[in-house]
Design a binder for this molecule. Structure first.
Ligand SMILES: Nc1nc2c(c(=O)[nH]1)N[C@H]1C(S)=C(S)[C@@H](COP(=O)(O)O)O[C@H]1N2
Ligand SMILES: [Mo]
Length: 415
């Protein structure tokens, strides 16, 4: 995490520092008794403030100078190989994938950065999406990503045969431990439901070229998936007839086809409020594949002898879940990069510029609860999402390895 500047408190810093409280005055002095302020974290996380999840020794984004050029990670040196994978397996995969046109380093035909940007002029799309690691509870940050749909890049290959998956990988040196690769099915790469977002080869984040740390010059973005499908420092795409995933993350007992899970978060926040002033708590909620119907909270006053509830105990507890407020969309005219009208972004109405759903798909919104007065005591605030299918978190997917989504709790005292 980056150092904070007093004047601009990014969403990430905000979450880390203050967590669930969006009140500047209380934030500085939780027991001051001042009224709630109006400081909200920015909707788009500045590139430098995403929580970084990167492999490698050295991590590719720490390379400098000639090493960076050798790695092909400057706009001038970047290029992308796109070719068929010749794999066959006896009695299993009889026919190797074939492509009419391949783009290779050896032949000097690899796609370059200028070529991708040129395609972007007519084919580029933009959407907002949060990056969330399957193994970390909190979203890592949320950005406005811009790039060329993978389906349009694949079209450059001309006629293809025997292709069932698209494998792709980021830059890595010769150490196999650094390899980070992922895949989507051929169908997923080509088709999306109307209104849903396509997989893109992204070259801009929040209106700027993608920083090295965020995976620039070019990063794959897979909208519906956890972070491990969104490969940074993209350098190679392979069309294969293998029907199995090659995902690096699959090796760690993770579900390699997990969708983003709708889930609410309560992490952090002040642990103390003074009696007689309103207690206001905010948190985040991510809208996954099943969308979001509402967020609910349960305030549990702890009596002497009460213990923390684990997930099983929580399920059995007689929780009094109450609907809580979902904060409305921000003022897009100030939250979006200059020169990017909302109506140009997928997920927004192309005429009015209003978001088509709220929260936006695969994105984070905020929730808030407030009590004008709470008696002295120790409290636990639990928060859970209810998805559009009516399932309350952590259902219908309580397994941790398909996306962390345990119901979280924030403990505080009123003194
Ligand atoms: N090349 C490469 N891409 C990668 C990774 C990596 O280690 N190497 N980590 C993945 C994982 S596990 C996650 S959660 C996200 C994190 O993205 P961020 O660092 O931009 O927040 O990047 C993904 N893309
Ligand atoms: Mo991850």
């Amino acid at each position: 995490m980056k150092k904070n500047s007093a004047t601009s408190l990014s969403r990430r810093q905000f979450t880390k520092r203050a967590g669930v409280l969006a009140t500047a005055s209380l934030l500085e002095n939780p027991v001051s008794g001042k009224e709630a302020g109006t400081v909200e974290p920015p909707f788009l996380t500045p590139a430098a403030d995403f929580y970084d999840v990167s492999r490698g020794k050295p991590k590719p984004h720490t390379l400098r100078g000639e090493d960076l050029v050798q790695a092909g990670l400057t706009p001038e040196s970047w290029s992308l190989e796109i070719k068929a994978d010749s794999l066959t397996r006896e009695k299993e995969i009889e026919f190797p994938a074939k492509v009419e046109n391949s783009f290779t380093l050896a032949e000097g035909t690899a796609l370059d950065y200028a070529g991708l940007l040129k395609m972007g002029k007519t084919l580029g799309v933009k959407y907002i999406k949060a990056i969330q690691c399957l193994n970390i509870a909190e979203p890592l940050g949320q950005g406005l990503w811009e790039g060329v749909p993978l389906r349009d890049v694949l079209r450059l290959c001309g006629e293809v045969e025997n292709v069932r998956r698209i494998y792709y990988c980021g830059f890595h040196n010769n150490d196999p431990k650094q390899i980070f690769q992922s895949s989507v099915s051929y169908t997923q790469s080509l088709e999306t439901r109307p209104g849903d977002f396509p997989v893109i080869l992204a070259y801009r984040l929040n209106g700027e070229p993608i920083s090295l740390e965020r995976g620039g010059p070019v990063r794959m973005i897979v909208p519906w998936a956890h972070g491990f499908k969104s490969i940074k420092w993209l350098r190679g795409i392979f069309l294969t007839n293998d029907y199995q995933t090659n995902d690096t993350y699959a090796l760690k007992n993770n579900d390699p086809e997990s969708f983003l899970k709708t889930a609410a978060y309560t992490q952090g926040g002040p642990g103390e409020f003074s009696t007689g002033v309103p207690v206001q708590v905010e948190g985040e909620v991510i809208s996954g594949i099943s969308g979001l119907k509402r967020v609910e909270t349960w305030l549990r006053k702890l009596e002497p002898g009460d213990e923390r509830l684990d997930q099983k105990a929580l399920e059995k507890a007689k929780a009094d879940w109450k609907l809580c407020e979902l904060l409305p969309p921000p003022d897009w005219s100030t939250e979006l990069p200059e020169g990017t009208p909302a109506k140009e972004i997928l997920g927004f109405d192309s005429e009015t510029g209003a978001p088509s759903t709220w929260p936006l798909p695969y994105s984070v919104a905020r929730w808030r609860v407030r009590w004008e007065r709470l008696p002295r005591g120790t409290y636990e605030l639990y928060a859970r999402s209810v998805d559009e299918n009516g399932y309350a978190q952590p259902e219908p997917r309580a397994l941790r390895k398909s996306g962390k989504n345990a119901v979280q709790c924030h403990r505080f005292e009123v003194i």
